[in-house]
Design a protein around this ligand. Structure first.
Ligand SMILES: *Cc1c(COP(=O)(O)O)cnc(C)c1O
Length: 354
């Protein structure tokens, strides 16, 4: 039986995508060859890469607006340093909203001055700081739209006169934003777009070329742009499967349609967390993520019972990250509301039993 998969990443993808990707592993488009044994320079794969790049821009509403999409390797973690390497000349601003922001800050400090504009570290990142002022003269401002571990999500983004750079690993393509406000967006595929192994980077081209340092080719966005995201062998399977997921999302009606579904799922679980006296939400209400809901049991004695009930209901991956504890329900784009309803039923059954 297929499980209800709440895993934070790698995570659920649409069943149709799993099916099509598995067929392509054996025989891609009736070519008699596997998608993972053909040359990345073949027309078949070049078309896949071009489709993936253009679907990403189309879904974000960034076509014809001076942006380029790349599918790189090294995870979002490599973007922490690539961003600094390509843009940090003297000083950059960072919003510290979670472990991933914290890691991005650590990397950037290797290349220049980092100003932490605001932080919620003192309260274990259970809210998004607000009311801060952004100083003038920054090379860029970096933020994290969704804090996967803590279950908080930025609902508003600062207005700045410098490139706004955002790690959208865990909520890209999940909600509508004015993406043209961002100079650079990056996202590891394995949270909401595809298998692990590739990272989507969307860059406004006119922010490039302003740095004085020499950049090694593999870390240089301009090199990857000039080679159409094929400077070296791309992770062909991860790009192919991401392309299938983007196509799935487009056929569904795009971000507007998925956003509505995501809001319904989030509403369902958060209302249970708020109404059920056995559970307590971790994140500040106004900052709650529609992708990752974090919560704990009020009475730890019920831990075993609850976890057994989850298991029996076919629920997978709800254990919280070690830095928060408790539970985390990740409800990415591919998750149906039925899976969330199953978890909510288990939570209310527990209340009846307890
Ligand atoms: C998972 C995650 C990362 C790290 O991604 P890798 O691809 O493993 O390097 C970075 N940022 C956010 C917000 C994440 O959720």
């Amino acid at each position: 039986m297929k499980k209800h998969n709440f895993s934070a990443g790698p995570c659920i993808l649409p069943q149709e995508v799993f099916k099509e990707a598995s067929e392509a592993i054996l025989n891609y488009n009736n070519s008699g060859l596997s998608i993972i044994e053909i040359s990345h320079r073949s027309k078949d794969f070049v078309d896949v890469m071009e489709d993936a790049r253009s679907l990403a821009l189309e879904l974000l509403g960034l076509e014809g607006k001076g942006y380029k999409a790349l599918f790189l390797q090294g995870g979002a973690s490599t973007q922490f340093l690539m961003v600094a390497y390509n843009f940090l000349q003297s000083k950059a601003g960072y919003l510290n909203t979670g472990s991933w922001s914290d890691k991005a800050i650590k990397e950037a400090k290797l290349y220049g001055e980092v100003i932490e504009i605001a932080s919620s570290k003192e309260s274990n990142f259970n809210y998004i700081p607000k009311g801060y002022t952004v100083p003038k003269g920054l090379d860029y401002l970096h933020c994290t739209s969704n804090n996967t571990i803590f279950g908080t999500q930025m609902k508003e983004f600062p207005e700045v006169d410098t490139p706004l750079i955002c790690d959208m690993s865990s909520d890209i393509f999940s909600r509508q934003l004015d993406f043209s406000k961002f100079g650079l967006i990056y996202a590891g595929a394995q949270k909401n777009m595809g298998p692990a192994g590739t990272t989507l980077v969307v860059i406004k081209e006119d922010i490039l070329g302003k740095i004085e340092r020499q950049i090694p080719s593999m870390l240089d966005y301009q090199v990857h742009i000039s080679k159409a995201s094929m400077f070296n062998t791309p992770p062909v399977f991860a790009v192919y499967t991401s392309m299938l997921t983007l196509k799935w999302l487009k056929n569904l009606g795009g971000i507007d349609v998925i956003e509505e579904k995501n809001e319904k799922k989030a509403k369902l679980i958060y209302s249970e967390i708020d109404l059920n006296p056995l559970f307590k939400g971790f994140a500040a209400k106004e900052d709650r993520s529609t992708m990752n809901a974090t919560f704990t049991l009020v009475n730890e004695d019920l831990k075993e019972t609850f976890e057994t009930m989850c298991k029996e209901a076919g629920i997978n991956g709800v254990n919280g990250h070690r830095s928060v504890g408790g539970y985390r329900a990740s409800m990415y784009n591919a998750m149906n509301i039925d899976s969330v309803a199953t978890l909510v039923d288990v939570m209310s059954d527990l209340e009846r039993k307890a």
